[in-house]
Design a protein around this ligand. Structure first.
Ligand code: PRP
Ligand code: URA
Length: 226
């Protein structure tokens, strides 16, 4: 069985090329990710955990948001406080599996608009095929966070970024639960401006393009399909 702890070494070996990858190693995220990976975790618990981890990761992904000073009154008296300075956010799940992360983000950033990109991987070529796209009209003004639990070959994430950039998007991040080294390399080589936030960088892909050890098929586990 592959050792998850060996993955840190890979991060070091990647050196400079890992500089736009943020591995969220908070104990709560890692604990919940272990439960998500477990083959004995059923669909209900899997869905709840994916949403919870997405919410915890949102805390880090939104760290870049600028603050502005505001004046408010507490019950005791006047107070200068800080609030987020009007950045417009958008979350863009890649269907289907990205849907499992949406509510986690919306719990923390309820004003975010939600776009949807429908892609599936052709089982033979492993290349993504687009079947749906609906984005906020002002996508070029928004800080966009693409949501997809799995960055495997990187084909789907790269196609999603291509599509968003074609629509004029200027600021894009990717949030996933598990990334493969191959997926990071593929996305980073085409879109080095896209920061990748992940809870883990796993060992490799297998011959079917699945992440090893990964968590299996994220869409199937979320929605109980096979
Ligand atoms: C999975 C996953 C990603 C994609 C990752 O989706 O949710 O979107 O594969 O693989 P890649 O990095 O090699 O492109 P899938 O195509 O299985 O569709 P689904 O979410 O509808 O199950
Ligand atoms: N898609 C998944 O759902 N899991 C993988 O490991 C790779 C692609």
């Amino acid at each position: 069985m592959p050792e998850i702890s060996a993955l840190r070494k890979y991060e070091v070996e990647m050196g400079d090329r890992m500089k736009n990858v943020y591995v969220i190693d908070h104990p709560l995220v890692q604990h919940k990710l272990a439960l998500i990976r477990d083959e004995n975790t059923g669909a209900k618990e899997f869905r709840e955990l994916v949403e919870e981890v997405a919410m915890l990761m949102a805390y880090e992904v939104t760290r870049f948001l600028p603050l502005e000073e505001v004046e408010i009154r507490t019950p005791i008296g006047p107070c200068k406080a800080k609030m987020i300075a009007g950045k417009k956010l958008g979350v863009v799940p890649i269907l289907r599996a990205g849907l499992g992360m949406v509510n986690g983000l919306l719990k923390l950033i309820p004003a975010a608009k939600v776009g949807h990109i429908g892609l599936y991987r052709d089982p033979d070529t492993l290349s993504p095929v687009e079947y749906y796209c609906k984005l906020p009209a002002d996508v070029q003004e928004r800080e966009l966070i693409i949501l997809d639990p799995m960055l495997a070959t990187g084909g789907s994430a790269t196609m999603a970024v291509d599509l968003l950039k074609r629509k004029g998007a200027n600021s894009i991040k990717l949030m996933c639960l598990i990334a493969s080294p191959e997926g990071i390399e593929a996305l980073h080589s085409k879109h080095p401006d896209v920061d990748i936030y992940t809870a883990a960088v796993d060992e490799r892909l297998n011959d079917h393009g699945y992440i090893v050890p990964g968590l299996g098929d994220a869409g199937d586990r979320l929605f109980g399909t096979k």
